[in-house]
Design a protein. Sequence first.
Length: 176
Amino acid sequence: MVRINIVEDCRDSRNLIYGLGESDFGFLFVVADYCENIYYASFSSDGNIKSEILNIKTYWPAANFSEDNVKIDRMIKNIFDKHNSHELNLKLTGTEFQVSVWKALINIGEGSTVCYEDVAKAIGKPKAVRAVASAVKNNKLAYLIPCHRVLSKNGGLNEYKWGVHRKLKLLTYEKK
């Protein structure tokens, strides 16, 4: 079981490591600091990290990046390890509203699903359904912020940043 902690302040957010590892859901590109606080996680269809590196540099333009596939690969194994207890620290980077939505998503139990309206109610903004959908779409932490657990009101899978086929696979995996 994975326990998620939200890290407010990181000691060394200027020096970040990145790497790519394999999972049952495809390649996962991860950015973390040396204390293993995870800043970014994105599924990659082809394992090409060049576009991912360009993307992360827009989020953290002042950071120094270095590749550390050994450490990142170990972190990825911990992310998807259902047999051992692991604690993962996440650094959420976004607006106050986005962070409130992402924190609400973390509270959705594994194997459960909700609709956007449920999330809006959970954060105390029941009329902000579209804003919630936008925050879900802008999630920078694939699987760790479980946006795959959010369905349309009628139960449809909707779009998913990393592919509807992957969303379905993640939901099936979590129900086991």
